[in-house]
Design a binder for this molecule. Structure first.
Ligand code: FES
Length: 83
């Protein structure tokens, strides 16, 4: 069945592009042109892809920097008078 009638792109072709690594409608468009004319097929293509792009999965937070000892105060100690 056709997904993109402007470029004659079928569901099978979209699935084949997805199996080859395309994971966004833009990547499908780059290989087939689908979605680049009237754009009415973009949501359908997105639905066929139906999975989050691996690059878009949230990254784990970077490890916290190791704790370091506070820097010593470079200012001279205040003078105190002893009487
Ligand atoms: S139906 Fe796909 S660009 Fe028009």
């Amino acid at each position: 069945m056709y997904v993109c009638s402007c470029f004659g792109v079928t569901e099978e072709q979209v699935r084949a592009h997805a199996a080859a690594g395309a994971c966004t409608p833009r990547q499908i468009a780059a290989t087939s042109g689908a979605g680049t004319d009237c754009g009415s097929c973009v949501r359908r293509i997105q639905g066929l892809l139906g999975r989050p792009c691996p690059r878009r999965t949230p990254q784990t937070a970077p490890a916290a920097a190791p704790a370091t000892a506070p820097e010593p105060d470079p200012r001279p100690a205040p003078l105190t008078a002893t009487l």
